[in-house]
Design a protein. Structure first.
Length: 117
């Protein structure tokens, strides 16, 4: 089975209130259990705010290390899930469920088949 990355795009700004976030976390736990039961779930993680990011960039043989995300944007990846699915349609079903639960946009992207050794 092919693996897919489900990236959750989170808007910059304040974190939702505990009553809103609590419901989302509960629904996300239910969805993760559903994915595990179906054999689709591989790995998932939430990310710290984009402001905690550090970017390492190679240029002309030198390394430049900077604080913050590489690109300026109104949203950033707030978390991700790696799943197994037989095809894109099945992956989109999981991505749709994740978008409903998180109330945020979810990008569904296949991982390359070749391992990078």
């Amino acid at each position: 089975m092919k693996q897919y990355l489900l990236s959750v795009y989170q808007p910059d700004g304040p974190i939702p209130t505990p009553d809103v976030l609590g419901k989302i976390k509960q629904d996300l736990e239910v969805l993760n259990r559903e994915m595990k039961t179906a054999g689709a779930w591989v790995f998932a993680a939430g990310l710290d705010p984009a402001s905690t990011a550090t970017v390492v960039k190679a240029h002309a043989g030198e390394l430049l290390i900077t604080d913050g995300p590489f690109t300026e944007a109104k949203e950033h990846i707030g978390g991700f899930t790696i799943i197994r699915a037989p095809d894109l349609d099945a992956a989109l079903e999981w991505g749709s469920k994740l978008a409903r639960v998180t109330t945020l946009p979810v990008e569904v992207r296949p991982l390359q088949d070749e391992a990078l050794d």
